[in-house]
Design a protein around this ligand. Structure first.
Ligand code: NAD
Length: 280
């Protein structure tokens, strides 16, 4: 089975759009882009288009590559205190002279729709309700869509970034999987991945996972997006692995569209909480 992320994202966006239309005012997402990284510009455009599709108001702030950390912090501070702003997203990566952790920590946790703020991460890791990062949340939504039964399953997550690997492992742990996290220092990666009933790969290494590294019948989720001479490819050798997996996500058209749909969902949730808190 190929898990069609594009189709699932469409369905998720349709239900988000109907909830957005029931709001007293459209939710507002402010996206900050620093510099002119071509991939970042594409991602920001995709997010703006998704906002339009679901009825979220998006406002883009573009700062030059030379912008200072203080300039960016000043902008974030003004958006934090602007009551018309529901969500703030700073597109990563940032230029080298700006500290990503300082910037992420400056965003008000209630407006942190990426779910990267230490407060939201801490809530997620302690099992409290929080804004979960969009990519792992999208993966869970895809697994739910195929009726994946998590309980007691052996899940292997390849990659330990704060954005994907770590929160992914926690979401699977909360669903009673037995989780192993692999990374670039893992010894014997193949012997770990071969044990997985569920394999989630977010390493950023084209075709890292070959058929010999996957158990027959495993569910394989490929988060990787790698720009190569052959175009966009994932971290999984799709042609070979799809013959062994019981379900697999393609790249493109897999996790990517779901990530964007989850961002729309997180923005709606942030707006709903703010409307409720304001007693509207
Ligand atoms: P990252 O570079 O921050 O982390 C990569 C992780 O993979 C690290 O923990 C590293 O230890 C591990 N790794 C690298 N090489 C490895 C190897 N040979 N064996 C085992 N582990 C290895 O990257 P990230 O931000 O987590 O993103 C990972 C991939 O997912 C990238 O391709 C990125 O473009 C993609 N991504 C996709 C989406 C989406 O929506 N589809 C969202 C975020 C990231």
């Amino acid at each position: 089975m190929i898990i069609n992320g594009k189709e699932l994202a469409k369905e998720a966006e349709a239900s988000i759009a109907s909830l957005v239309s029931a709001m007293p005012r459209p939710p507002r997402l402010d996206v900050i882009l620093v510099g002119s990284n071509p991939a970042s510009s594409i991602y920001v455009r995709m997010k703006e288009k998704a906002c339009k599709r679901v009825g979220i108001r998006s406002v883009k702030h573009t700062l030059p590559e030379s912008a200072t950390e203080v300039e960016l912090l000043t902008l974030i501070s003004s958006l934090n205190s602007d009551s018309s702003v529901d969500g703030i997203l700073v597109q990563l990566p940032l230029p080298k002279h700006i500290s990503e952790s300082t910037i992420i920590s400056a965003i008000s946790p209630e407006k942190d729709v990426d779910g990267f703020h230490p407060t939201n991460m801490g809530l997620l890791f302690s099992g409290s309700p929080s804004i979960a990062p969009c990519t792992p949340k999208g993966v869970i939504s895809m697994l739910d869509s195929i009726g994946f039964s998590y309980d007691g399953k052996k899940a292997v997550v390849v990659g330990r970034s704060n954005i994907v690997g770590k929160p992914m492992a926690v979401l699977l742990l909360q669903r009673n999987c037995t989780v192993t996290i692999c990374h670039s220092h893992t010894r014997g990666l193949a012997s770990e991945t071969r044990q997985a009933d569920l394999l989630v790969v977010a390493a950023g290494q084209p075709k890292l996972i070959t058929a010999g590294m996957v158990k027959q019948g495993a569910v394989v989720i490929d988060v990787g997006v790698n720009r190569t001479a052959d175009g966009l490819v994932g971290d999984v050798d799709f042609d070979a692995v799809s013959k062994k997996a019981s379900a697999i996500t393609p790249v493109p058209g897999g996790v990517g569209p779901m990530t964007v749909a989850m961002l729309m969902g997180n923005t709606l949730e942030a707006a709903k909480r703010r409307v409720k808190d304001a007693g509207i």
